[in-house]
Design a protein around this ligand. Structure first.
Ligand code: TRP
Ligand code: ZN
Length: 883
C-alpha cells in the first residue's frame, strides 16, 4: 500500500489542557454576500493559565482569508504572528488582547456545509463540531464560552430576514438597498452553538406560556410556500417544552425560540442557542408528502434539539471526547418523550430494534469505539450510533440501577451543580451519588470499553431449597480486547405454567412489581430466587435493561410461553425475535447443507396466535409479526453469508405469506376499508399493521397480492400508504413495478424531499437489476449530490441493502468507492458517511474481502483524501489480516 506522506494527526483525550486564554466577549459584524462576505470580529481575550506566560497564542482558522488583524486598534506588525493551514499564531501575546479580525468568506463556494454556506438562496451556518473556525479566527473549542453579539448587514431585497442567537436589539435600513439587524445572546456559550441565518423565508408563529407564566414567542422559518408543512413541528415543539417542564423541571430561558428549515444540511438538525437549524426533512410534513415515520421523526428531532437547550447548551462539553454527555443524554430524553407521547412499550421496541440493527454491528466492526473515545482524527466521524444510542442506553442503565425517584433527584442535582459549565461525563455520573463509589468505578467501564458485552446464562434448580438459580457468565464483548466485566442492571421475572407472574424472594435486588432488577458486576455470578417452582419460565432483560447480547438455555416452548404470557411487552417481542432468528438460522444451515428448508410447525402456531389475538394493539402486533433484519442476522455470524441470509429470510416470509394468505387478506381488507386518514398513535399503528400484512401477501408472490398493492398505490390518500405500496412493488418483477415508479415521479417531480423517497424505493429493491438502476439514477436530473439528503437516499440506502451492495461480483464496492472519492472532493462529511458500507470488512468471506480491500486501497491512496475518509478507511483496512 502506498504510504501517504502526511498522515492526518490524531487528538488524544489524555492530552486535554484547559484553554490558555478565555474570551470575555465577541462582537461579530457580517457584511453578507454569497460570493464575498466580510466577517469582522472584535474579541477580548484574557490569559487564564499562569503557566502560559510567554507561550504563543493560537487561534483556529480554516479556509478563510485574513484581511486584517489589529490589537487595541493597531495593525499587528509583520513577524509578530503567522498564518498556517490550521490557524493563526500570535507570538509573545500580552495578558489581555483586544483584537479586531477581518476575514473574507465565500458562502456560495462552501460545499462542505460547515461554517457559513448558501443553500436554496438562504445563507446559514453550521458550526458543530468545528465550523466556527471557517468563519473567523477563534479558540474553537467547547470549553471557551463567551457572550456573542452579532450585527448582520445584507441586501434587504434578497435577505429580508436576518437572524442570529438571542434577542433582536436593533434593526434599520441602510443606503443602497441594504439593511441590518443586531442580535445579542445574553447566555454564555461555546462557538459551536453560534448561528446566523439570512434569507427570504416563509414563517409560522405561535406562543408558549411557561410554567412560571412567561410568554415565549415561537417561530418556524422555511421556504416560501412550505409554511403549511410546519404545523406539526410547531405542535411538537410545544409538547416538548411542556414535557421538559413536567418531567425535568426545565423551563425555556430566552423570550424567543426559532427554527429554520434548510434543504442542504449534513445532519438531521442543530441545537444552536435560540436558533435551531434543521434539515428540511426533519421539519416539513403533511399527509400527502410525508409518511407516519416522517411525522414521528419530526416530533422526535424537534424535541431532541429543544432538549439540548439544557443538556448541551446550558450545560456543555469540556471537550469533544465528552460528546455523549450531551448526545447520549439528549437521546435518552427524546426517547422518554416519545414513549410518553405514544405507546411506551412500542417505543422501547423500536429503540432496541434500531440499536441492534445499527449500533451492534458498528460495535462489532473495525470502527468500534467506546461512548467516550480516547482519540480521534476527525471528531465529525464520532457522531455515531454508539455515541448517540449506546450512550442513551448507558443513561437508561443508571436510571434502572437507581430507580426512577433517585434518578430524578440525580438529574436535579446535575442541573443545579453544572449550569453554565463545560464539563465531563465523570461529572455527570457523579451527580448520581446514590450509586456507591465501588459500583461507580465498575460502571465507568461503559464509557471506556468498546464492544457489546456477551452474557451466557444457565438455569439451575435447587430442589431442597426450592430455589431457581440463575448463573451469569460475562464471556466476552464483541470487539474489545480488554475483558473487564461490566456492571449492569438485569431485570428478571418469572412466569408460571399457566402464564401468571410469580413473586420471588431474593436479596439484593430492586423490586418493581414482579420484576427483580439485579446488579451484575462479576465475570461469573449466581443469583438464587426463592418461591419459584421448577416449572417456571424466567423472563430476562425485561425492558432491555442492559444493551447486551444474551445466550440463554431456552427451548422453543419457553420462547412461545414468554411470547404468549409475559407481562413485559418488550420481552414478549424479544422472544418472538429470538424464535424467528433460530428458525432463520436453521434454514440457513439447511441451505448450506443442500437441504430444502422445511416450514416449522411451532412457528406457524405462534404466528397464528399473534394474528388472531384480539387484544393486541395494532402497532404492537406489527412489531411481533416483523422478522429480524438481515443486518441482525449478519451480526450473529462470524463470517457473514449474505446470500443464504437473504434467501432464508425471503423464503420464510414467502411461506408465512402463503400459509396465512387467506386470514391475512381478510385482515388487510378490513384495515384497507378504513379510508379516513387520521394522524394519531392508534391510526399509525393500524397503517403499520396494514403494510406489514401487505408485505407478507406480496411475499407470497400471488398475482392477487400484486393487484392489491397496485390498488393501494393508486387509491392512497396519504404518503404512508402510497410509499409502502411503491416500495413493495419494487421487489417484484411485474409491469406494475415500473408503472408506479413513473407515476410517482410524475406526481412529485419538483418536490425534492418526496423524490428522495423515489430514490430510496429503488435502491432498497431486492431485485437483481438494483445496482444498475442506482448507477443510472446518479445521472438523473433530480439527483444532486450537493444535497446530502439525495446521497443518503440513493447511496446510503444502497449500502444498507446487504445482498446488493455485497454482491459477489464486487461491483457494489466499486460503485461506492467511486462515489466516496467523487463526493470527498466537496463534502467529506457525506463521503465518510458512505464508508459505513465497508464496516463489515472483518466479517466477509475471503473473496469479498479481497475485493473490498482493493477498493479501500484505491480510496486511501488518493492524494487529496480528506482526513475524515482516511480515518475510517484506515481503521477498516487495519481491522483484518490482509487476504
Ligand atoms: N448536535 C446535532 C444533534 O443534535 C448534531 C449535528 C448537527 C452535527 N449538525 C452536524 C454533527 C454537523 C456533525 C456535523 O444531533
Ligand atoms: Zn443531539
Amino acid at each position: 500500500m502506498p504510504v501517504k506522506n502526511s498522515t492526518p494527526k490524531e487528538t488524544y483525550l489524555k492530552d486535554y489542557k484547559p484553554a490558555p486564554y478565555t474570551v470575555d466577549s465577541i462582537f461579530l459584524t457580517f457584511d453578507l454576500d454569497p460570493e464575498n462576505t466580510t466577517a469582522t470580529s472584535q474579541l477580548s481575550l484574557r490569559r487564564s493559565q499562569k503557566e502560559q506566560d510567554g507561550h504563543p497564542l493560537f487561534l483556529n482558522g480554516e479556509d478563510i482569508e485574513l484581511f486584517s488583524i489589529k490589537n487595541n486598534g493597531t495593525v499587528l506588525p509583520k513577524g509578530t504572528y503567522k498564518i498556517e493551514k490550521e490557524g493563526l499564531t500570535i507570538f509573545e501575546p500580552p495578558e489581555v488582547l483586544n483584537l479586531e479580525i477581518k476575514t473574507g468568506l465565500k458562502p456560495s463556494k462552501n460545499t462542505r456545509l460547515s461554517g457559513l454556506y448558501e443553500t436554496g438562496g438562504i445563507l446559514c451556518t453550521q458550526n458543530e463540531a468545528e465550523g466556527f473556525r471557517r468563519i473567523t479566527f477563534f479558540p474553537d473549542r467547547p470549553d471557551v464560552m463567551t457572550k456573542f453579539t452579532t450585527k448582520i448587514i445584507a441586501s434587504k431585497d434578497k435577505y429580508p430576514i436576518l437572524l442570529s442567537n438571542g434577542n433582536l436589539i436593533e434593526e434599520s435600513d441602510l443606503p443602497n438597498g441594504k439593511h441590518y439587524a443586531v442580535w445579542e445572546d445574553p447566555f454564555l456559550k461555546p462557538c459551536y452553538l453560534y448561528a446566523l441565518v439570512a434569507g427570504n423565508l416563509g414563517l409560522i408563529k405561535s406562543t408558549f406560556k411557561t410554567q412560571s407564566n412567561r410568554t415565549i414567542e415561537l417561530r418556524i422559518y422555511c421556504d416560501k410556500g412550505s409554511e403549511d408543512k410546519c404545523q406539526h413541528a410547531m405542535n411538537s415543539l410545544k409538547k416538548a417544552m411542556r414535557w421538559d417542564e413536567e418531567k425535568f423541571g426545565r423551563e425555556y430561558d430566552l423570550d424567543l425560540f426559532m427554527i429554520v428549515a434548510v434543504s442542504a444540511f449534513n445532519f438531521g438538525a442543530m441545537e444552536n442557542k435560540g436558533l435551531n437549524i434543521f434539515n428540511s426533512n426533519a421539519i416539513l410534513v403533511d399527509p400527502e408528502t410525508a409518511t407516519d415515520d416522517n411525522f414521528m421523526r419530526v416530533e422526535k428531532v424537534v424535541a431532541h434539539e429543544y432538549f439540548h437547550n439544557w443538556t448541551g447548551n446550558r450545560i456543555t462539553l469540556r471537550d469533544w471526547f465528552q460528546l455523549t454527555l450531551k448526545e447520549g443524554l439528549t437521546v435518552y430524553r427524546d426517547q422518554e418523550f416519545t414513549a410518553d407521547m405514544h405507546y411506551r412499550g412500542i417505543a422501547r421496541i423500536e429503540d432496541v430494534f434500531y440499536l441492534r440493527k445499527n449500533q451492534f454491528p458498528e460495535d462489532a466492526g473495525p470502527t468500534s469505539h467506546p461512548i467516550k473515545p480516547a482519540s480521534y482524527i476527525q471528531i465529525d466521524n464520532f457522531y455515531t450510533t454508539t455515541i448517540y444510542y449506546k450512550g442513551a442506553e448507558v443513561v437508561r442503565m443508571i436510571e434502572s440501577l437507581l430507580g426512577k425517584e433517585d434518578f430524578k433527584k440525580g438529574m436535579e442535582k446535575y442541573f443545579l451543580d453544572y449550569d453554565g459549565k463545560a464539563i465531563t461525563t465523570e461529572d455527570f455520573v457523579k451527580s448520581f451519588d446514590k450509586i456507591g463509589a465501588a459500583d461507580l468505578k465498575a460502571f465507568s467501564k461503559w464509557y471506556t470499553q468498546a464492544g457489546t458485552p456477551e452474557i451466557s446464562l444457565r438455569f439451575d434448580y435447587d430442589d431442597n431449597e426450592e430455589e431457581f438459580i440463575l448463573e451469569i457468565d460475562q464471556i466476552a464483548s464483541s470487539s474489545s480486547k480488554e475483558k473487564e466485566p461490566f456492571l449492569f442492571p438485569l431485570a428478571v421475572g418469572f412466569i408460571d405454567i399457566s402464564g401468571k407472574p410469580l413473586r420471588a424472594k431474593i436479596a439484593n435486588a430492586r423490586e418493581v412489581g414482579t420484576t427483580y432488577i439485579l446488579t451484575v458486576s462479576k465475570k461469573r455470578e449466581r443469583f438464587a430466587f426463592k418461591n419459584i417452582p421448577k416449572t417456571a419460565v424466567p423472563s430476562l432483560n425485561r425492558g432491555f435493561s442492559a444493551p447486551i447480547k444474551i445466550t440463554a438455555p431456552y427451548e422453543k416452548e419457553d420462547l412461545l410461553h414468554i411470547m404468549e404470557y409475559d407481562e413485559d411487552s418488550f420481552t414478549r417481542w424479544d422472544a418472538s425475535q429470538e424464535l424467528y432468528k433460530r428458525i432463520l438460522f436453521e434454514m440457513v444451515k439447511d441451505l448450506k447443507d443442500g437441504r430444502k428448508p422445511l416450514p416449522d410447525l411451532e412457528l406457524y402456531e405462534a404466528f397464528n396466535s399473534i394474528l388472531t389475538e384480539e387484544n393486541l394493539e395494532s402497532g404492537y402486533k406489527a412489531c411481533l409479526l416483523t422478522l429480524p433484519t438481515e443486518s441482525e442476522m449478519a451480526d450473529a455470524q462470524e463470517i457473514i453469508d449474505f446470500e443464504a441470509n437473504h434467501i432464508a429470510r425471503e423464503l420464510l416470509k414467502e411461506s408465512l405469506g402463503l400459509w396465512f394468505f387467506e386470514p391475512m387478506l381478510k385482515m388487510y381488507k378490513a384495515l384497507a376499508r378504513k379510508k379516513e386518514y387520521v394522524i394519531d398513535t392508534e391510526s399509525m399503528g393500524l397503517r403499520k399493521l396494514k403494510s406489514t400484512l401487505l408485505g407478507y401477501l406480496m411475499a407470497s408472490r400471488k398475482p392477487d397480492a400484486i393487484r392489491l398493492c397496485y390498488e393501494q398505490f393508486r387509491t392512497a390518500n396519504n404518503m404512508t400508504d402510497q410509499f409502502s405500496a411503491l416500495t413493495l412493488l419494487q421487489n417484484s418483477f411485474c409491469p406494475e413495478r415500473k408503472e408506479v415508479l413513473d407515476s410517482f415521479y410524475n406526481q412529485w417531480k419538483g418536490n425534492g424531499l418526496v423524490l428522495c423517497k423515489w430514490f430510496m424505493a429503488q435502491s432498497q429493491s431486492t431485485l437483481k437489476d438494483t445496482q444498475g438502476l442506482v448507477e443510472s439514477l446518479l445521472n438523473h436530473p433530480a439527483y444532486d449530490d450537493k444535497i446530502p439528503n439525495n446521497v443518503r437516499a440513493l447511496l446510503g440506502t444502497f449500502i444498507q441493502n446487504l445482498p446488493q451492495f455485497h454482491h459477489k461480483s464486487g461491483s457494489g464496492y466499486r460503485l461506492i468507492a467511486d462515489q466516496i472519492l467523487k463526493i470527498d472532493k466537496f463534502n467529506p462529511h457525506v463521503s465518510s458517511g458512505l464508508v459505513q458500507g465497508f464496516k463489515l470488512y472483518s466479517k466477509v468471506d475471503p473473496l469479498r474481502k479481497a475485493m473490498m480491500q482493493k477498493e479501500m486501497e484505491r480510496i486511501i491512496s488518493d492524494d487529496n483524501l480528506s482526513p475524515n475518509v482516511y480515518e475510517l478507511v484506515s481503521k477498516c483496512l487495519n481491522s483484518a489480516p490482509k487476504s
